[in-house]
Design a protein around this ligand. Structure first.
Ligand SMILES: CC(C)(COP(=O)(O)OP(=O)(O)OC[C@H]1O[C@@H](n2cnc3c(N)ncnc32)[C@H](O)[C@@H]1OP(=O)(O)O)[C@@H](O)C(=O)NCCC(=O)NCCS
Length: 184
């Protein structure tokens, strides 16, 4: 079952509809929904192109405390099955599996509230793994907040092995998280 698609014009209305319903693809920063609606209205093609940034030369990333860090190479895919259902993104540093402390893992994902518990996040993370392997990464570090059991199950379902609990940096709002590693 294929659920991942490169963001494109044909799928854009479903994405816009989800944003208008108040869903944010960024779990830590709900304001992203309004920012993206504005960007799409301004220049939809440029917005779609920015969803793939293999060189990491896009604009800086704004963190939950308002500070900014430079963007890592990344790409996003849309999770689609009988309509738009969510997003998953991969970010990495070339030549290493290490990540800066302001980046909570290689992967971020979010499923719209009205499509949860259909196995879509699990299918999306599994489908992303060959792409990560093709980049030369030996493993993925994936994190979930300690109180986010659904996300922890998603990672475990995709082969994640628990490594340790850690405290996120203050710029991300802190909080206890679980670090998992998925061998590729
Ligand atoms: C976490 C999230 C992506 C899961 O998406 P999903 O498509 O519903 O996940 P799946 O259907 O693949 O379910 C994965 C597992 O979580 C369980 N699960 C999902 N929602 C659950 C809930 N509300 N309560 C308890 N378990 C839940 C499922 O039963 C499944 O477990 P199983 O394999 O033991 O049956 C989704 O809840 C979400 O978008 N949450 C907000 C954003 C977020 O937290 N992103 C992750 C940041 S690390």
């Amino acid at each position: 079952m294929t659920v991942l698609y490169t963001p494109n014009v044909a799928l854009l209305p479903g994405y816009v509809d989800a944003l208008k319903r108040g869903w944010s693809p960024d779990n830590l920063r709900p304001a992203v929904a309004a920012e993206q609606l504005q960007a799409i209205e301004h220049d939809a093609d440029a917005f779609l192109k920015r969803q793939t940034d293999l060189a990491g030369d896009g604009p800086p990333v704004t963190l939950p405390d308002g500070s900014q860090v430079s963007r890592l190479p990344s790409f996003r895919r849309w999770i689609v099955k009988d309509g738009f259902a969510g997003t998953i993104g991969l970010r990495w540093q070339p030549g290493t599996e290490d990540l800066p402390p302001t980046c909570l893992g290689h992967v971020g994902y979010a499923v719209v509230p009205w499509r949860r518990r259909e196995g879509l996040a699990t299918a999306a993370l599994k489908e992303l793994l060959p792409d990560a392997r093709a980049l030369g990464l030996g493993h993925l570090d994936v994190t979930a907040a300690c109180d986010n059991q659904p996300s922890q199950r998603v990672i475990e379902n995709a082969g994640g092995r628990f490594i340790e609990d850690f405290e996120a940096v203050a710029q991300l709002g802190g909080g206890l998280h679980k670090l998992y590693r998925i061998p590729l």
